[in-house]
Design a protein around this ligand. Structure first.
Ligand SMILES: NC(=O)c1ccc[n+]([C@@H]2O[C@H](COP(=O)([O-])OP(=O)(O)OC[C@H]3O[C@@H](n4cnc5c(N)ncnc54)[C@H](O)[C@@H]3O)[C@@H](O)[C@H]2O)c1
Length: 361
């Protein structure tokens, strides 16, 4: 029997969720969004039979519903995830998991009680390059990863001014929390070690300059709030002695948009990278995956050629959620990892605010 899924939020990611769920054989039976017009238009375009205003109404109206995906602004993730879990549904939620670690801890507790699946859309883990690299790491070719650098650097990519993305109370923060993917990917490659200390700086330049707006995101909101960082640089250590450097920006004087995880292992180094075209659109990017080795006394660079995935792993992650519910696959990410990630993000913001190193407990 096909898993019955309902989507909450007709945002830009809904299409990837819908396609991924259907690719895995699930039925997308309903959509909930209070923006009636947008929701009805989207549902009609993807033949989703029912539209509701709220998650509560969808749960009440669809007794067969087994799983819910949450694609709303970050502020609403926790309450919707808890509501769905309490109603006995499996949940797939967009990234970031929540506004902070305290919210994520509530979700982690709730999912344990429910016995259901809770996954987040850390879609970059499902990219073919990432999975190819993860396989080399798992097979022992890289050895222990001593150090890594996670970067999602936009030169001019503020996702609109004054909307929910730039309002800390609704988003939780700027590029640290929005472009969290490479931090998560580096931690995934490093096997999610226990963090020890973080030292971070955040910067707020260009947050009122239209020349630094990206080609994606939302229309500007006149009189809206813009109180999140435009860039962050951080150094993180782990109890194991490993370390991670983080660079995330929406707006910073860099050469171009660059998205990568680079690491140095005890047997080999490596890099997973996405170079965006000048327009910053996924379809024009160049993805690569490379290992740095020593063989027969020679220094060797090894390119790993993988299939192209313009969805950046988004449809594969949604499909993995369905396969996990069905017991056909292991989840690509877990609530415990999401909690560790949110503790790191809290530590980054705390260190930047206090201008001191912060111990992550
Ligand atoms: N994985 C990725 O690559 C990726 C990319 C972009 C956005 N996102 C994430 O997707 C989420 C949504 O972002 P977006 O850009 O699509 O936002 P958006 O504002 O374009 O769309 C959100 C939709 O949710 C609806 N909504 C809000 N609160 C709701 C509620 N309580 N119940 C029902 N519907 C509600 C809104 O009416 C709106 O239609 C965010 O968490 C964002 O971080 C992820």
């Amino acid at each position: 029997m096909a898993v019955k899924v309902g989507i909450v939020g007709a945002g830009g990611m809904a299409d990837y969720h819908c396609t991924g769920f259907r690719n895995a054989g699930a039925d997308v039976i309903a959509l909930a969004d209070m923006a009636g017009e947008r929701a009805r238009a989207y549902a009609a375009s993807r033949s989703i039979p029912k539209v509701y205003d709220t998650l509560g109404a969808m749960i009440a109206g669809e007794p067969e519903l087994q799983a819910v995906s949450v694609i709303t602004p970050n502020k609403f993730h926790k309450q919707l995830v808890l509501e769905a879990l309490e109603a006995g549904k499996h949940v797939f939620c967009e990234k970031p998991p929540a506004l902070n670690a305290a919210e994520m801890a509530e979700m982690a507790e709730a999912v344990k009680k429910s016995g259901k699946v809770l996954m987040f859309d850390f879609n970059n883990r499902a990219r073919p390059e990432s999975q190819a690299m993860a396989r080399y790491i798992k097979d022992g070719k890289v050895g222990r990863i001593n150090s890594a650098q996670a970067s999602w650097i936009r030169r001019a990519g503020i996702p609109g001014f004054g909307g929910w993305f730039t309002t800390k109370a609704l988003s939780g923060g700027g590029p640290v929390i929005d472009l969290v993917h490479m931090i998560d990917l580096a931690l995934y490659f490093m096997d999610y070690p226990e963090p020890a200390w973080v030292l971070a700086s955040t910067f707020y330049d260009f947050m009122d300059n239209p020349a630094f707006k990206g080609p994606w995101g939302m229309p500007d909101t006149a009189g809206g709030v813009t109180d999140v960082e435009s860039a962050c640089h951080a150094f993180l250590t782990f109890k194991s002695g490993q370390s991670l450097i983080i660079r995330n920006s929406w707006a910073e004087m860099n050469e171009r948009e660059l998205v990568s995880v680079v690491f140095q292992g005890q047997k080999a180094g490596g890099k997973v990278e996405r170079l965006f075209g000048i327009d910053g659109i996924d379809a024009t990017c160049i993805d690569s995956c490379r290992l740095y080795l020593e063989e027969n006394g020679n220094q060797v660079n090894q390119d790993i050629i993988t299939e192209k995935d313009e969805t950046m792993g988004r449809t594969k992650t949604a499909a993995n959620f369905i396969e996990t519910i069905e017991g056909k696959a292991k989840p690509l990410n877990t609530p415990d990892q999401a909690l560790r990630l949110m503790h790191i993000i809290d530590g980054i913001y705390e260190s930047a605010a206090s201008k001191k190193p912060v111990e992550i407990k």
